[in-house]
Design a protein. Structure first.
Length: 420
């Protein structure tokens, strides 16, 4: 007789009195039903006709979930009702997250965001594009002749990390340690909110301990690296405090070490399964450039939350101050009412609507770097490996969390003796 592996019982939080029983759904953001078939497929399945646009789950400390794109966009855009005071779930873990300025609301948030923009604006990214391209070419040419790779480990987890460590003038040898901290913050281990909070706190402490001496060493400096640029900015006419500088640089590292890493694996896995899209991308450089926004729409990886700032009635539902609402970016870009045939990757789509980079005052500061890394990857990979597919007998492993991930992404292609 075949055995069935059962999932361990998940911690459930009692339903608060103000939550109607008919809005309760068993949805675990770290292990959604159907995740084995794909991260985006699992979240998209919640947008079935009988699913309310706002539901409450007893998992992950108990919280609301916005299941429609219109709500995700609205909640991101309104910090007066939906605060960034806590943005990670479970709430017990999110309260341990101290990075600057993601836990701030305007106007306190504004000068710190300007500091991030100074280091990550489009002009700055154009100045480093040549170095970014060199890193991509080096990695891809190193695997062309082999005819196979495990993309997530051999490219996606190396390329954006190597780029970011170079931009920050940090040794690549430190990246594995920092990546562990990032993993524990975005997919914290533990069976209960308290255990997940402990993991989050330890990871936050790890980042802070690493960053503190670097901040101290670069304050007062004039180097061109991102860290020096940011820690020597003024906040409202005063030097940024040491504590806030540590929080700002910790955020910089977290964003650079996990988000694009996972997006690239999702994107390239889909292309490996759809050679007709690859052929279209190769047919016209302009199409490739224009396709990237559609790529980000189709493969969002972020599932942040917001805290209800005051008692209010929203979309006919009573919310209490302190309630948490999960706003998975997948629920926006993959919503049929926002993008027709949303699960299709249509690289010629004329109107693309999504929240992959967040929205409102906290729209991702690193979006220009992310776009450049995606474009460079597509250009240099397809120039050297024009046809590739998923290796037979392999199965990607999908993981959900604050940032989604996909591992075991094995590709094959006809090897060539030389690259170019």
């Amino acid at each position: 007789m075949a055995t069935v592996e059962l999932k361990p019982a998940r911690h459930r939080t009692p339903r608060p009195d103000h939550v109607p029983e008919n809005l309760v759904r068993d949805i675990d953001m770290y292990d959604p039903d159907g995740i084995e078939n794909g991260y985006h497929e699992a979240w998209r399945s919640l947008q079935r006709p009988n699913m309310p646009e706002l539901v409450w789950t007893p998992f992950t400390g108990g919280h609301w979930i916005a299941t429609r794109g219109e709500l995700v966009k609205d909640i991101y855009s309104d910090p007066t009702r939906f605060s960034s005071e806590v943005i990670f779930l479970p709430k017990e873990a999110g309260e341990k997250y101290l990075m600057v300025p993601t836990r701030m609301d305007p106007p306190e948030h504004t000068p710190y965001r300007k500091t991030l923009d100074k280091g990550l604006n489009l002009g700055q990214m154009r100045r480093v594009e040549e170095r970014v391209r060199e890193i991509a070419i080096e990695l891809i040419e190193g695997m062309v002749a082999r005819g196979e790779c495990e993309f997530s480990a051999e490219y996606a987890r190396i390329f954006p990390v190597k780029v970011f460590m170079a931009l920050c003038d940090l040794p690549m040898s430190d990246a594995p340690m920092l990546s562990v901290f990032a993993e524990d913050m975005t997919r914290p281990p533990g069976d209960t909110p308290e255990q997940m909070a402990e993991a989050m706190e330890a990871a936050q402490r790890g980042f802070d301990t690493y960053v503190a001496p670097i901040v101290d060493a670069r304050r007062g400096g004039s180097g061109p690296d991102l860290i020096t640029v940011m820690v020597n900015n003024d906040i409202n006419g005063e030097p940024i405090t040491r504590e806030r500088a540590i929080g700002l640089i910790s955020l910089l590292l977290l964003g650079g070490l996990d988000t694009v890493v996972n997006f690239l694996s999702f994107m390239m896995l889909h292309l490996a399964r759809h050679p007709e899209i690859v052929a279209d991308l190769r047919s016209d450089p302009t199409i490739l450039l224009r396709s990237v926004e559609e790529m980000f729409r189709r493969f969002p990886v972020i599932a942040e939350a917001r805290m209800v700032a005051k008692d209010l009635t929203y979309r006919g539902v009573d919310l209490k101050h302190g309630d948490m609402i999960l706003i998975p970016t997948a629920m926006h870009g993959l919503d049929e009412s926002e993008n027709a045939n949303a699960m299709d990757l249509d690289i010629r789509r004329s109107k693309v609507t999504h929240s992959t980079f967040g929205g409102g005052p906290h729209r991702c500061a690193g979006l220009h770097l992310a776009r450049m890394e995606a474009i460079v990857t597509l250009q240099e990979w397809l120039a050297r490996i024009p046809e590739f597919h998923v290796k037979a007998g392999t199965n990607p492993v999908f993981r959900s969390g604050i940032i989604a991930a996909v591992d075991d992404v094995h590709f094959e292609w006809t090897p060539t003796a030389t690259a170019g």
